[in-house]
Ligand binder design. Structure first.
Ligand SMILES: [Zn+2]
Length: 446
C-alpha cells in the first residue's frame, strides 16, 4: 500500500472525466482527480510521470475457468461446438489434481495481470476426488499475486446417469456442495470495500445441475449476501436440452429457481429473445459477454446493445482457456467491439462502450461499486499502456488506439495502490520458471 501520496501525473490520455493532469493515490484508493491547468491540492511525496502512458481503470474479468489453461488448443477438443467439446474434455479434466490446479491458477492470473486485469472471477465447478480445496487454492494464489479475485464455488450434481452431460467422476452430491459452499463463504468472503477476495456460488449450467440445487444455492447466497453465477443461453444445444428435459427455455428455468435478481450474473447470454432481454434488464441481472469463446465455439453473437440498453449490467470475460484459448482481457475488449460490428451499425458499439463494459460493467456483475472506474473513493486499480510498438505508430486517438490497434500487454498495472506489473513484467514472478512448471503439469492432460 502507498503510505505516501502518489501523483500519477500528466497521462497521455486517461479514461476518466476531469483528470487531464492525472490522479492522486493514497492508501490504496483514488483520492483526487487533477483537472486541466491544476495541481494536486495536497503535497504528493511521490510522482509517477505518465506522459508515455494511456491510463484506464484496471480491467475486470467476469468469467474464466483457470484450470483450462492446462488443455489449450487440445487436439481432441478443437474445431467442435460446446457439447462435443465438453464431452471430449470432461474425461481429461477428471485427472485434475491440486498441484495442477495451483500452477494453472498462477499462470492464468499472471497472464490476466499482464494484460491489464486487476480483478478476476473464476468459475471452478470441477471436483474430482482429491480436489476438495479448489477454492482455497485459488484464493491463496490470488492473494500471493496481489490481484483481486471473486472465486466462485461452482458445482455439478447431474451426471450422465441422471441425464446430464458430465461423467459421474467429476460431480458431487447436494449435501457436499452446499456444506463446502458454506465453508468457503465463512473462510474467504469479504464484503468490505477494497476486498481482495470474495466468494460467489456458481452451479455450472442447466445440463449439469438440477433445479433443486439451483434453488438451494440461491437461498444460501441470500443468507451470506453473495453473488450467484452460472452459464446460461450459451448455445442452441442448451436451449434444445432445456426444452426436452424441463419443457421450458433456459431463462424460465432460471426464474423458477429464484435466480432472476441483481445477485445473479450469467456467463454468455447469447440466445435471449427480445422479451427475455427486457425481463433480465428489469431484474438488473448481470451478463458477462465472452466474445472470443463465442466465436471459437461458434456459439452465436450476443445481443450486447439490447442487453446494455435494457438495464442489464453488461460485463466482459475471457472465458476458460480451452475455448479462447488465451486469458488476455484486453483482447476480450477488442473482440467484443469487433463481433458487435457484425451485428450493429458501426456507431452502436464503440471503444468507449467496451472499455466501460470491461471495467465498470464487469465490476457491477461481481456486485462491486468500489472498483472498475477512475473516481474519487474507488480503489486505485489501474492499467497503463504505452503506444510505442509498431502496431500503434501513427495512431491519433490514444484511447481508441488501445482497442483498434489491439493493445495486448500493459506496461504497468496497479492494484490497491501497489505496482504489480512494471515494465511489462509481473512483479516477484519468475515467468520462465512458472511457464516451465505449467507446461510440465499440462503433460498430464495429453
Ligand atoms: Zn465458461
Amino acid at each position: 500500500m502507498t503510505a505516501s501520496r502518489l501523483w500519477i501525473k500528466d497521462p497521455m490520455a486517461i479514461f476518466a472525466q476531469g483528470a487531464e493532469r492525472g490522479i492522486v493515490v493514497h492508501d490504496g484508493f483514488i483520492t483526487e482527480l487533477v483537472g486541466a491547468g491544476r495541481a494536486p491540492s495536497t503535497r504528493c511525496a511521490e510522482i509517477f510521470d505518465a506522459s508515455r502512458h494511456v491510463v484506464i481503470p484496471g480491467l475486470v474479468n467476469a468469467h474464466h475457468h483457470f484450470y483450462q489453461t492446462l488443455t489449450r488448443a487440445h487436439p481432441q477438443a478443437i474445431n467442435k461446438p460446446l457439447f462435443p467439446w465438453l464431452i471430449a474434455l470432461y474425461p481429461l479434466w477428471a485427472r485434475l489434481k491440486e498441484d495442477h490446479l495451483r500452477v494453472a491458477v498462477r499462470l492464468a492470473l499472471t497472464e490476466l495481470l499482464m494484460s491489464g486485469c486487476t480483478t478476476a472471477a473464476d468459475h471452478h465447478y470441477l471436483y474430482p476426488p482429491g480436489l476438495e480445496h479448489a477454492v482455497d487454492i485459488e484464493v491463496e494464489e490470488a492473494l500471493k499475486l496481489g490481484i483481486r479475485i471473486t472465486a466462485t464455488r461452482g458445482s455439478m450434481n447431474r451426471s450422465e446417469k441422471d441425464g446430464g452431460l458430465p461423467p459421474d467422476s467429476v460431480v458431487q452430491d447436494d449435501d457436499t456442495i452446499l456444506a463446502d459452499s458454506e465453508r468457503v463463504l465463512k473462510l474467504f468472503h469479504d464484503p468490505k470495500p477494497g476486498a481482495f477476495a470474495r466468494i460467489a456460488l456458481a452451479p455450472c449450467s442447466p445440463f449439469s445441475v438440477t433445479p433443486g440445487l439451483m434453488a438451494q444455492t440461491a437461498k444460501l447466497a441470500e443468507k451470506y449476501d453473495c453473488q450467484l453465477h452460472t452459464h446460461l443461453a450459451e448455445t442452441d444445444d442448451e436451449d434444445r436440452y432445456c426444452r426436452e428435459v424441463y419443457g421450458k427455455r433456459p431463462l424460465d428455468l432460471l426464474e423458477e429457481v429464484g435466480w432472476l435478481s441483481k445477485r445473479t450474473w450469467l456467463a454468455h447470454g447469447v440466445h435471449f429473445e427480445a422479451d427475455e432481454v427486457a425481463r433480465l434488464g428489469k431484474a438488473q441481472v448481470g451478463v458477462c459477454h465472452c466474445a472470443t469463446s463465442n466465436m471459437v465455439l461458434a456459439s452465436g453473437v450476443c445481443k450486447t446493445r439490447e442487453l446494455a440498453d435494457s438495464g442489464v449490467s453488461l460485463g466482459l470475460g475471457v472465458d476458460g482457456s480451452a475455448s479462447n484459448d488465451s486469458s488476455n482481457m484486453m483482447e476480450a475488449l477488442r473482440h467484443a467491439l469487433m463481433i458487435g460490428r457484425l451485428r450493429y451499425p458501426a456507431d452502436q458499439i464503440t471503444h468507449d462502450d467496451v472499455l466501460r463494459w470491461g471495467t465498470e460493467g464487469s465490476a457491477r456483475c461481481l456486485g462491486r461499486d468500489d472498483i472498475g472506474k477512475i473516481e474519487i473513493g474507488r480503489c486505485a486499480d489501474l492499467a497503463l499502456y504505452t503506444l510505442d510498438e509498431p502496431r500503434f505508430s501513427g495512431a491519433h486517438d490514444p484511447l481508441a488506439a488501445l482497442i483498434l490497434c489491439g493493445a495486448h500487454r500493459a506496461d504497468r498495472v496497479m492494484v490497491h495502490g501497489q505496482w504489480r506489473v512494471v515494465d511489462g513484467a509481473p512483479v516477484g514472478i519468475d515467468l520462465a520458471a512458472l511457464m516451465a512448471a505449467h507446461a510440465q503439469a499440462a503433460r498430464a492432460f495429453a
